[in-house]
Structure formats: C-alpha cells, structure tokens
Write a protein that binds this ligand. Structure first.
Ligand code: BT5
Length: 325
C-alpha cells in the first residue's frame, strides 16, 4: 500500500466523529484534492462507507470488517510494526512471501497476512491447516540486532504476546507449551514458526509466523487433529472479530519487542513462566538418540528449556520432542 494511503487512513481514523476537509487532507498529505478523491474511491471499493459533503469535507460512516491492507492500517497506531502490510486473500504460505520480500530488502516490521493458506507450514515441513477466514495466518519480518543463537527467544516472546492478548480479549488463560504452541484447555490453538537467515554473528532477518485458530468450528479442523487442536470459538462459544485482535497483537508485540531489545529477556521469561504449560511437572525429553526424564523448571535466559534430572543436575534443552506423563 502507498504510504500516502496509509497516512490518509491514519488521519481519517483520528477524526472518526467529525468531517475532515479536503483542503486539510491535501495540505497534510501534500497531494492534490483530485488525488484525495481517487484515494477515497479506492477505500470505497474496499468496503468503506464514506460521506463527502460540499464545504464540510469527508467523514467515514463505517468501515468493513474484512481484512485488507486498508482495514488493518486503520487506527493501528504503531511506530514500525505493520507500517507495510501485504494482505492476500489466498496464498500458499505467508512465510514464503515474507522470505521473498526479506531477501529483496523489505523493511523491519513488514507484515504478510492471508485469509487462507493452501500450504501453511509448521516446523520440519509439517503442514499447518489454515482455513479461509477462520484464523490469523501472519508472518512478521524482523531485523533484530541480536546474535543468531538468541533468535529462538523471539518465538518465546511472540508466544507471550499472543497469550497476553487472548487473556485480555477472551478472558481465558491460555498456556504456552515449550517452545512454540499455545494451548487452551490442553489443546493447541496457536503454532509459531520462527525462521532465520544469518551470517556468522549477524542476523540478516527473522520471520516469525503465527497461526492462530480463531473462528473454526470443530468440523473445520482436519479429523486427524480434532482431538488435539482447538479454536477460540470452540473454547468460548463465540464468534470473534479478528481485525481488532490482530491490531492488538501488533501493538503489544511492538512494545514487548522494544522492551526486549533494550532491556533483555527477563520480562519475557517472567510472562512466559506465568503461562507455562505443566511447569514443575515430570516430563520426558527425546533429543536425537538420547531419552531422559526430569522436572520441568521453566526457561533459561537464552530461551532453553530447564529440566532437573533425577540426580539433581539441571540441564538446558534447546531442541527436543517433549512429552508429559
Ligand atoms: C507449528 O508447527 O505449529 C507452526 C505453525 C506456524 C503456522 C504459521 S501460519 C502463518 C505462517 N505461514 C506458514 O506457512 N506458517 C506460519 P509444528 O509445531 O510443527 O506443528 C505442526 C503440527 O500442528 C501439525 O503436524 C499438526 O499436528 C498440528 N496442526 C496443523 N494445523 C493445525 C491447526 N490449524 N491448529 C492446531 N494444530 C494444527
């Protein structure tokens, strides 16, 4: 979306109740009044109801509930996250588009979001089911100035952001299962996929993908995962408006990310442990050929899982299959 359209949307969203004159918009945006009229027509095509009155100016009467670059920008009020948004009605995977954009120099904070993914992906090329219009299938392009080995912290940070927003919105306390799932009542409602391009000691970019099940009914989920997966609608019995929720995720992410970059991982660790699934319980860890049991203590400063072995030794686990008894 052009940055002019983005600014126009920001201006209109801060004047919701009143008319805003064509002259004012033309001065603020430094474009002609006929150019403004063209932008207004584009917004109307997108489903905005706009009233234009001679001598008074423009007023937005209602805006569409569907996802689009315009509606997502409307009143977003972030500084860098989502300043560029690419929305697709249908795509194979938002991760794929985000990688292409990042390799071509897309800015830190660029968002790719789709109504539907036909080839949504999980870790190690597992499939992630992403039905049309029923969930938040989104990838964020980040260019953090952190060492590559710390990138998994961004998965944990993202999990705390989504858990916070669900908690606030739906008044339901989710749980975060290390490292990348958010559960409600023990069933998976969100998966996070963090992918990175790095060179020696430098991160070139990180793509954080979030798949958040919102409005699926049970039968919308594939049969093989119905027993272990869920959506916000299944758990609350209500249909949820995704637009404000996505914006809240972006605003919360921006704040938490800045805090993380400036002050470190401590706040993420605390929030994560507050939502941690089955903390202080016994778990089984399978990593390559090794298999052992221990007590799940929480997460370390670098994002590793901490588990206490039966001999009292505390181990850090970076990558493993975890199961509970
Ligand atoms: C994940 O992988 O959970 C990461 C999912 C990331 C999806 C987002 S959507 C936006 C962006 N674009 C993409 O293409 N991907 C990202 P993993 O931990 O490997 O879990 C995958 C497993 O979760 C599958 O093997 C299924 O068992 C289960 N699963 C698949 N679809 C699901 C769904 N919609 N809800 C819950 N569980 C699901």
């Amino acid at each position: 979306m052009s940055s002019t359209r983005n600014k126009l949307i920001q201006l209109l969203s801060t004047h919701k109740e009143s008319y805003i004159s064509g002259q004012f918009l033309s001065d603020e945006l430094n474009i002609s009044r006929s150019a403004i009229w063209k932008h207004m027509n584009e917004l109307k095509k997108d489903g905005y109801e706009i009233e234009g009155k001679a001598k008074k100016g423009y007023r937005i009467i209602s805006y569409p509930n569907k996802l689009s670059e315009n509606t997502l920008s409307w009143g977003l009020n972030t500084e860098w996250l989502g300043q560029t948004i690419i929305h697709k009605e249908s795509t194979t995977s938002t991760q794929r588009i985000a990688h292409e954009l990042a390799l071509n120099g897309a800015k830190h904070g660029t968002i790719v979001i789709a109504d539907e993914q036909t080839k949504g992906k999980g870790r190690i090329d597992r499939a992630f089911h992403s039905n049309n219009g029923k969930g938040i299938w989104m990838s964020m392009i980040l260019r953090p100035s952190i060492l590559p080995f710390l990138a998994p912290q961004l998965t944990l940070l993202t999990a705390t952001v989504i858990a916070n927003v669900i908690d606030d919105y739906a008044n339901i306390k989710p749980q975060i299962k290390w490292p990348n799932d958010i559960l409600i009542h023990g069933k998976k409602m969100t998966g996070i996929l963090t992918e990175m391009q790095a060179e020696q000691d430098q991160v070139l970019y990180v793509i954080v993908g979030t798949g958040i099940n919102i409005n699926q009914a049970k039968e919308d989920l594939p049969e093989d995962i119905q027993k272990k997966a869920t959506s916000l609608q299944i758990e609350t019995g209500k249909h949820w408006d995704m637009l404000p929720m996505i914006q809240q995720i972006l605003r919360t992410f921006e704040k938490k990310y800045s805090n993380y970059i400036n002050h470190g991982f401590q706040d993420v660790k605390q929030t994560w442990e507050n939502y941690g699934f089955r903390m202080n319980e016994r778990l089984q860890i399978k990593s390559g050929k090794e298999e052992w049991e221990g007590i799940f203590l929480g997460i370390a400063e670098d994002g590793a899982l901490l588990a206490k072995k039966d001999d009292g030794k505390i181990e850090k686990v970076y990558s493993a299959e975890i199961s509970w008894f």
